[in-house]
Structure formats: C-alpha cells, structure tokens
Design a protein around this ligand. Structure first.
Ligand code: ATP
Length: 315
C-alpha cells in the first residue's frame, strides 16, 4: 500500500489560465483554460500535434508560455522547492542516460529532492522493476523505460501526477498495470493528468476528459457525458425492400448491398415507418457509435493545425 494516503484538498490541482504558446509562427496552444481536479483521472485527449505535450511542458515549467499562466497547487512549477514531492511527471521515457542502472537513476533523482534512498526500492517494486534494478537502462525495452519513468514520477509520493502518453510501448499487461496504478493514485485523492491520442484507451481509465484539438479545448466534461453527448444514434436495417424505405427516409438512409444505416431517426420511428408502409425488414438494430468514432468525428479535419491555423505571432 501507499504509505501516505492523501486528503482531498482543493490545492491538489493543476490550473491553466489563458495558456498560449507560439513556436515561432506556429501557435501550439491557444488560450487554454482548465482545472484538473483531485481524486479522479483526467484524460488529456487529442490527435497528434494538437498541443498536449506543449501544455504539459508549460505546466511543468519546461516551456515558458507566450501568455497565460499554469500553476500546480497554486504555484508556478518553477517555484516549487522540491518539485518531485509535489508533481510526478513522465514526459519522455527515453530521456534517461543509458549508462545508468535503474536504481542509480532513481537514487540520483531521490538525492536531488531530499527523498530517502529506501524509497527507490519501494518504487522499483511497485512498478515491477525490482529484479532489473541493477541493469543498465540502455538494455531496457520501451515498456521497461515507461515503467522506470512511472517509478521516477512516483518517487516523491506526489499529490499530482502528469503522464504524457504513458502506455506507448507497453504490452497488454503493462497497459492494464498502468490503468490500475493511475486508478489507485486517483482513489487516494491525487490529481492525475494523462495524455493520449486514443479515445478507446483513455475511456477505460479517465473519469473526466479534456479534449484538445488544434490547440484549443473542445470538451471538458465527465467521460460518460462526452460519449453520451457525441454518440449519434444509428439504426442498422437489412432487407430486400430498402429502396422503398429510402424513398421515405431520403438522406437519412445510406444503403450498401442489402444493409442500410439510418442516421438522425430513432429505431422506433424507423420501425413505425416500415410497419405503416408494409415494408419487410430482416433486421432493425439500434447501433451506438464507438468512443473512437465519437472522438474522431469531433476532431476530424481539425488536426492539421500547422497547415490551417499557423498565425502571425502578432495576430
Ligand atoms: N519545440 C517546438 N518547436 C516548434 N514547434 C513545436 C515545438 N513543439 C511543438 N511544436 C508544434 O506545436 C504543435 C503542438 O505540438 P505538441 O507536441 O504539443 O502536440 P501533441 O498533442 O503533444 O502531439 P504528439 O502526441 O504528437 O506529441 C505542433 O504543431 C508541433 O509541431
């Protein structure tokens, strides 16, 4: 078990206020404002290049925003005296000197943040790397590096965790492990922000979603609400007389072979229509859009940010 259960505290959170970052003429993030609450996993979801890493780097003081502010527990990250005690972050798992052993890498981080050496063994155990503690990192697979990155993030027993695409390179067992770890962290009252470009994967762990597209937040709501709000109900119909149904439904019905997809009309309405006009149907099934579809539809055509939305810095 984790040694120090945290109390839910209003301070255990991340706040971004009107955060904007230009790289030259490219606007990576645009006027982002959001709060990441404690006690839940927040998924920071967006296609590649939508600005997730930039926002995280601004929160972690690795980049200076062009305008706006980002705070962790009410403070600028750079003002934190022992940052690892407050924020555990995993941005780039390959960012470790290969010549170091896993244990040495963590011991070095611990020493620089006033964390006792005994904690290194605890986190290595927790992430499943205890057996390879003395191995040089250059021999690690990407999945092992991800685990080491998570170990480093957990080292200071922080109230806030920020992880950029942590499942990259993990196998199925590793993905399940990271989900369970993040869930446990949130249940202990910590603030967990996790970025991903995959809705299906994020949906399984995130209680709340911040969806980013082309540098702006397009949704900030509980995951279930996001899916319910965006899932467009459809009805699958099958039969030899779909042409007759098409004459009644017009653009609402798309036919491929003997199967049709009805959009914008409930299954009950389709059934009534078919019954009234005596149209035989072999199948009539309501279909809910998958979460991946929902997400893709929301951000589709919007992720070529650099092409379509590069602005003059002065604009
Ligand atoms: N150091 C940089 N210099 C120039 N442009 C950058 C830099 N970092 C990011 N960008 C640009 O800013 C935009 C947002 O990139 P960012 O890496 O934040 O997106 P992302 O959502 O994290 O994507 P990915 O998942 O691919 O990392 C992109 O257009 C990217 O090319």
């Amino acid at each position: 078990m984790w040694p120090k259960p945290l109390l839910h505290t209003l301070e255990s959170m991340i706040q971004a206020r009107n955060l904007t970052k230009f790289y030259g003429r490219t606007r990576a993030i645009d006027d982002l404002s959001f709060t990441v609450e404690p006690g839940r996993v927040t998924g920071f979801l967006g296609p590649n290049g939508s600005g997730k890493s930039t926002a995280m780097r601004c929160i972690l003081g690795l980049d200076t925003p062009t305008s706006g502010t980002a705070t962790v527990l009410g403070q600028d990250y750079r003002d934190l005296r022992f940052p690892l005690h407050t924020v555990g972050a995993l941005l780039d798992a390959s960012d470790v000197l290969g010549s170091r052993t896993a244990a040495y890498h963590l011991a070095f981080l611990a020493a620089s943040n006033g964390i006792p050496r005994s904690r290194v063994d605890e986190v290595l155990e927790r992430v499943g790397l205890a057996d390879v503690a003395g191995m040089r990192v250059k021999g690690f697979s990407l999945g092992m590096r991800q685990r080491l990155g998570v170990a480093a993030a957990l080292l200071g027993d922080p109230a806030v965790l920020i992880l950029d695409e942590p499942v990259n390179g993990l196998d199925t067992e590793g993905i399940r492990w990271i989900r369970q770890t993040l869930r446990a962290m949130a249940d202990e009252g910590r603030t967990v922000l996790l970025s991903s470009h995959m809705m299906s994967e994020t949906e399984l762990v995130a209680d709340h979603l911040l969806v980013i597209s082309r540098g702006t937040i397009v949704a900030d709501e509980p995951t279930v609400d996001f899916v319910a709000r965006n899932a467009e109900p459809r009805v699958r119909v099958r039969g030899a007389e779909l042409n007759r149904l098409a004459a009644l439904l017009g653009d609402h019905l798309e036919i491929r072979g003997d199967t049709g997809t009805v959009r914008g009309v409930t299954s009950r309405e389709v059934w009534r229509l078919a019954a009234t006009h005596d149209i035989a149907l072999d199948e009539l099934t309501p279909v809910t859009a998958s979460v991946e579809e929902v997400f893709t539809r929301l951000v589709s055509g919007r992720h070529t940010f650099q092409d379509s939305a590069t602005l003059q810095e002065s604009a």
